[in-house]
Design a protein around this ligand. Sequence first.
Ligand SMILES: Cc1cc2nc3c(=O)[nH]c(=O)nc-3n(C[C@H](O)[C@H](O)[C@H](O)COP(=O)(O)OP(=O)(O)OC[C@H]3O[C@@H](n4cnc5c(N)ncnc54)[C@H](O)[C@@H]3O)c2cc1C
Ligand code: SF4
Length: 522
Amino acid sequence: MKHYDVIIIGSGAGGGTLAYRLAASGTRVLLLERGGYVPREKANWDSRAVNVEARYHTREVWRDRDGRPLHPHTSYNVGGNTKFYGAALFRMRERDFEALPHYDGLSPAWPIGYADLEPYYAEAERLYQVHGERGVDPTEPWSSTPYPFPAISHEPRIQQLHDDLARAGLRPFHVPLGVRLDERQPHVSACIRCNTCDGYACLVQAKSDAQVTCVDPALRHPNVTLMTHAQVLRLETSATGREVTGVVVRHHGADEVLRADVVVVSCGAINSAALLLRSASDRHPRGLANRSGVVGRHYMGHVNSVVLAISTTPNPTVFQKTLALNDFYFGDPDFPYPMGHISFVGKLDAVALGAGAPPFVPGLTLDIIARHSLDFWLTSEDLPDPDNRVTLDRDGNIVLDYTPNNVEPHGRLVKRLEYLLEHIGAKHIVRRNLFVGQRIPLAGVAHQNGTVRFGHDPATSALDVNCRAHDVDNLYVVDGSFFPSSAAVNPALTIVANALRVGDHLLERLGAGTREVADAAR
Ligand SMILES: Cc1cc2nc3c(=O)[nH]c(=O)nc-3n(C[C@H](O)[C@H](O)[C@H](O)COP(=O)(O)OP(=O)(O)OC[C@H]3O[C@@H](n4cnc5c(N)ncnc54)[C@H](O)[C@@H]3O)c2cc1C
Ligand code: SF4
């Protein structure tokens, strides 16, 4: 049987990026992905197929804490959830890495500081071709490099909103975006600036997702292999329990055991925790790498809302997700706690609104609402509660138990936005809460993180500072699981930057720089 240097399980933001990082070194990498490629088809950009039929979501059924079925809004495919993400690629703020008092308690410090991750953020922005502008986001952390590409322009309605907000004393700014739009040379631009980006796969491969950006280039190296439709069922360890010795994978229906010097789990925060829990053994009775008992705990996913501001002014914007507001991120004079981040979702159409079916304004059709609404996305930090957790039922299926916290600052953030909009002209505001509302309470797991946290102390964390399991010498986790706190910006760039950082550690561990020399001498 072929032995690999590194097996990476999951090809999303974490796993795909790590494969890319290791590829050029000659390291023999096997990337295991339970899904296949997202098919390139016209349905990629069809609102009904995506929003009503959930064509690209997994059909897997999870359970909530009361045993009720949960149909998670998540996708299993090459590139992971980045195939469908909005590509808003933010750095966390410096203070997000520190212990930070919040309304509901303390957001814990990370074991690394912003300065440790900064060079990797810079590299991640280059790799994922982020388009942005420095110096306009009032909470932006320092950076060693400018953005590699200019910011994506606002369309007229969003520019008008920008100007109105600026006149009201706010500091709106351009969202840093991983879309490959060349506005100066539209005739050669990969991105065509369409209205089906956030939540959709990019039919023309112009979004910086993990497949296009990392997996495809990594596969050009002969030492990197991708196995699709390969679902890892559990990990086996040696008799001491200190090393992973086997990766049990179901590949097109047949089970086999694969082996590598190093095994990296990157299945997304919920599935990574589930995999470690399913890998319980005599040596690891509570789940692999779970001596601390934290695996599966501290699940976070942000407090998120969509706020529709329906005004008399039409909103014909095609690509809406260009503007953001961080003026309330760390609080304001009337509320001295962090409130969070205001931005946009992709422009909602009548079909997408119908799929959410919120109780809308009587007398207004969904079509009229869609043509007039500004569709905001608000994110506040949720705090790591050990009782918010991923567990398994008797059959090994995922159970997600989550009680939202830190909701007061989120409510304040919504009120700030509503107040602002009332005073700059947008009337008739309707809120649709995606997480705690009646429609999609728990299933919206887009920002999942925190379930296999890293830290210095093996008693309170599962991973060390290099994201290596405290209890298992050759086991790493590089998806969103490692977050000790969730901050209030979108998570993907931090996952990517960290995967690059862990990649450097692995290259050093494997002596990969010297491998080609050794191979040549054989
Ligand atoms: C609609 C949507 C919009 C989003 N917008 C943004 C945004 O604008 N900005 C942002 O920063 N973030 C955004 N996100 C979140 C972002 O996509 C995630 O944070 C990111 O993809 C997480 O990376 P990951 O590596 O942790 O997991 P994923 O990218 O989910 O990758 C996990 C991979 O592991 C595979 N896998 C799972 N279990 C197994 C197993 N047992 N065996 C083998 N393979 C397995 C999965 O199939 C998947 O490919 C969005 C998400 C969604 C759904
Ligand atoms: S063409 Fe551009 S805007 Fe449309 S999905 Fe692709 S990256 Fe997004």
